[in-house]
Write a protein that binds this ligand. Structure first.
Ligand SMILES: Nc1ncnc2c1ncn2[C@@H]1O[C@H](COP(=O)(O)OP(=O)(O)OP(=O)(O)O)[C@@H](O)[C@H]1O
Length: 270
């Protein structure tokens, strides 16, 4: 099935930010060794903050510890060393105000799109009073017409929109995005990047995005943090001081791309 086409109208970057302030202070993490194997150090002294409504992207080599950092921020596990905070309060467990969207949308095939999105509210026991939020979330991702469809009838891009709607229904103040567009074909991926950018400009939640795609990071984020090989340390921070909506052909993006590739230790001549 072809993706629903959504017009990306230019959106002025004027909405007030309502996202969370995230603090990551001196965070190191290691996984314990088993059966005589040594412990695995994964993160090494990460200091990073996300301002309310800010869009920050993390780039780094495969296996360096990006997803681990996201899991700590989401509260899915505690850091070995250091402090993680949301609006000044320690992050100690998962919370509906910080929602993770993974590469795989993991939709329940026997439930309709509407029911899949409603799951977040159902789990919290607030679905009865807040049914309207499911409709709002589906409208935000352009899937109102597909509310009654089942996942098998959706394209990859549409399924990932449902996963986004399932996050948005909780009205999160931080979206934690772990390669959310990584499994999409390249054209759908470009379309979804535009949609994600527009959504963020309208809603102004804070975003922490992990991606392997340098162009994606620079197109979407206000700041790109480059991590080293494991154990991950911060090796560069690239401020993308360009207004939204951004234009992929902008020469300044090409310059920043070279900076990012150099920070990743790659030859930027191609
Ligand atoms: N629960 C765990 N127990 C032990 N080791 C783990 C665990 N989770 C991740 N690791 C290891 O920690 C390292 C970092 O993993 P992580 O998934 O954070 O990297 P990543 O940068 O997100 O990788 P990729 O870019 O390939 O997705 C890897 O070597 C991985 O095998």
């Amino acid at each position: 099935m072809v993706n629903a086409v959504i017009d990306i109208a230019p959106v002025a970057d004027t909405s007030p930010a309502r996202g969370a302030r995230i603090g990551i202070e001196g965070v190191s993490h290691r996984f314990p060794g088993h059966g005589g194997k040594p412990a695995l150090p994964v993160l090494d002294g990460i200091d990073l903050s996300v301002a309310p409504g800010e869009f920050v992207a993390l780039l780094g080599p495969s296996g360096c510890g990006k997803s681990t950092l996201l899991r700590l921020v989401a509260g899915l596990e505690p850091a070995s060393i250091g402090r993680l905070t949301q609006d000044g309060q320690p992050i100690t467990r998962p919370d509906p105000s910080r929602i993770v969207v993974f590469q795989d949308p993991t939709l329940y095939p026997w439930r309709t799109v509407w029911d899949n999105v409603a799951l977040g509210l159902q789990a919290r026991g607030v679905l009865r009073e807040q049914r309207g939020r499911v409709d709002q979330a589906l409208a935000l991702v352009g899937l109102t017409e597909f509310a009654g469809a089942h996942p098998h009838a959706l394209s990859g891009g549409m399924a990932q929109r449902v996963a986004l709607a399932r996050a948005l229904v909780n009205d999160p103040s931080l979206l934690v995005l772990d390669e959310p567009l990584g499994k999409l074909d390249s054209l759908t991926r470009l379309t979804m990047q535009g949609e994600l950018s527009e959504l963020w400009q309208r809603q102004r939640f804070s975003v922490l995005l992990v991606t392997h795609d340098v162009e994606e990071a620079l197109f979407l984020a206000q700041r790109v943090v480059v991590l080293s090989q494991r154990p991950a340390r911060q090796v560069a921070e690239i401020v993308v001081d360009l207004p939204y909506p951004r234009h992929r052909g902008d020469a300044r993006l090409a310059t920043l791309r070279h900076q990012a590739l150099r920070a990743l230790g790659l030859d930027a001549t191609w």
